[in-house]
Design a binder for this molecule. Sequence first.
Ligand SMILES: [Zn+2]
Length: 161
Amino acid sequence: MAHDPDLCDDVRAAAFLGRPLDAAAAAHVAGCAHCAAELPVLRGVADRLHAWEPAPPPGLSARVMQAAAPLVAAHAPRALWGPVARALGAALLPLPLILIASAAVLRALYGVLCSLLPETLSFYLVLNSAAVAALLAALTYGSIPLLAARQARLRFEGVHD
Ligand SMILES: [Zn+2]
């Protein structure tokens, strides 16, 4: 097999990474003068590099974390958006059903009240009930992003401590 730059690169990569040559690469080495000459040299370099395992200096992990702390803190708010958006999306899914059920309940309440009380007073009471229900829904849905962000922040800080 003649000199083929792609196959030569494959052989170099396999030799340098310490991987055994497959059948095609071995056949290529048999016919390629470049690879036949380089292979033993690359295997020797690879063996020496693989034998050399420098121990990380003491305190490296702490120094890296200290150096990365400003970046981690700067990216923390962006990392919180995903969980908040997911929580809000999950909470908004049943909202149309809740609104339809609430309207049906208020309409039924209005019908019952109209049979007992004057129409204006019934309307006033139903309007108040609707306002209270809307306030509760607004408070509930308003708290979802805050709770989700708090959960995500706790999880984020737990991961990066
Ligand atoms: Zn070659």
